[in-house]
Design a protein around this ligand. Structure first.
Ligand code: SAM
Ligand code: SF4
Length: 343
């Protein structure tokens, strides 16, 4: 699969939203399907999008390229589980032409790592340098309980294959009440011991999962306070342009990130938008806003219609989100599951 290289002229129109934020980061959910069913992400019995509605990999490439032409410099493939999309590596290889041309600065992905052992080397060969792996526990029984049937050995094998291929791996863990709360220090020590960064995430009220969010939610302010009684945490000024705030941990020599959509609003510096595998553009994770890009994409071989539709959507990007989880608001704030939007 190959696509056109972008002309320098097309690189000159940035996407700037009504609040002056320039959009340079695109997250693409290449499939809403997954080989796991993490209890905070999906219901056990999920209805997935009809396959007929999916963009082809060629269409996804064209759409991503249209965003790169409009100033996207960082592109993350996600899902669902991106590595279960059939032939996804042809998309990775094709998009890597934008790395070679210099139009794109980073191509990366977020994965559950169950299939990573198969794909790690090819990812590295395609110019991917860093990946995020989601792992909430090192305990095989807890892993099975959280993911409903996952085998942790495959994940650990995938992580080792990625490291052996020279990929820099960051571990993402969702803090889960009564599930992995007590294990966060040992998970961090394990990650830092292997030279991997780790980021903690607060559970967000996205999609119906067949359980109340209040039973899963633990504020990271509490997790941080508990960590601070055992470790020396020093705030780092650096940000990666993303929502995480980082501390250094003196005892491990590693870095720990906190993503706190519930307790701290990070929207003021938001530089990102998301597209789904059906070509829907979401300009905010926490709003129901949605713009169809599939229709304009299919209506013309020229990217003019898509580019106008992108402009319209960016012009309506909300200022921020307002997630709430409490006894009165124990329902999804947003009906879409994270796996559809692309977490
Ligand atoms: N399947 C891949 C994975 O798990 O890394 C990529 C997609 S997954 C939706 C992306 C990230 O979203 C994962 O780190 C996952 O833990 C996180 N996530 C899913 N549902 C969430 C929720 N309701 N609140 C917070 N994080 C969530
Ligand atoms: Fe699948 Fe990732 Fe959601 Fe877990 S968090 S169910 S691995 S998409």
């Amino acid at each position: 699969m190959t696509g056109p290289v972008l002309s320098p002229l097309s690189l000159s129109r940035p996407m700037i939203d009504p609040f002056g934020r320039t959009i340079t980061y695109l997250r693409v959910s290449v499939t809403d399907r997954c080989d796991l069913r993490c209890s905070y992400c999906m219901a056990e019995d999920m209805t997935f999008l009809p396959k007929a509605d999916l963009l082809t990999l060629e269409e996804l490439d064209r759409l991503c390229s249209a965003f790169i032409a409009r100033g996207v410099r960082k592109l993350r493939l996600t899902g669902g589980e991106p590595l279960v999309r059939r032939n996804v590596m042809s998309l990775v290889r094709s998009l890597s032409r934008h790395l070679k041309s210099g139009a794109l600065h980073e191509l990366t992905l977020t994965t559950n790592a169950t299939q990573l052992a198969r794909f790690a080397q090819e990812l590295a060969d395609s110019g991917v340098h860093r990946i995020n792996v989601s792992l909430d526990t090192l305990d095989p029984a807890k892993f099975r309980a959280i993911t409903r049937w996952g085998e942790i050995d495959k994940v650990l094998e995938g992580i080792e294959a990625a490291r052996a291929a020279g990929l820099s791996v960051k571990i993402n863990a969702v803090a889960l009440k009564n599930l992995n709360e007590d294990e966060i220090p040992s998970l961090m020590e394990w990650a830092h011991g292997k030279g991997m960064g780790m980021t903690l995430i607060e559970v967000m009220p996205m999609g119906e999962i067949g359980a109340g969010r209040i039973d899963q939610y633990v504020p990271l302010s509490l997790v941080r306070a508990r960590l601070a009684s055992h470790y020396t945490l020093t705030d780092l000024a650096e940000t990666t342009g993303g929502p995480a705030r980082y501390v250094s941990v003196a005892e491990t020599g590693g870095k720990l990130g906190f993503i706190t959509p519930m307790t701290h609003n990070f929207c003021e510096s938001c530089n990102r938008v998301r597209i789904t595998c059906t070509g829907t553009l979401h300009t905010c994770l926490g709003h129901e806003d949605a713009s169809d890009l599939r229709k304009p994409l299919r209506a013309s071989d020229d990217d003019g219609l898509v580019s106008s539709a992108i402009d319209q959507a960016i012009g309506l990007k909300p200022k921020g989100h307002d997630f709430v989880i409490d006894r009165r608001h124990n329902r999804p704030s947003v009906n879409r599951h994270m796996s559809v939007t692309g977490g």
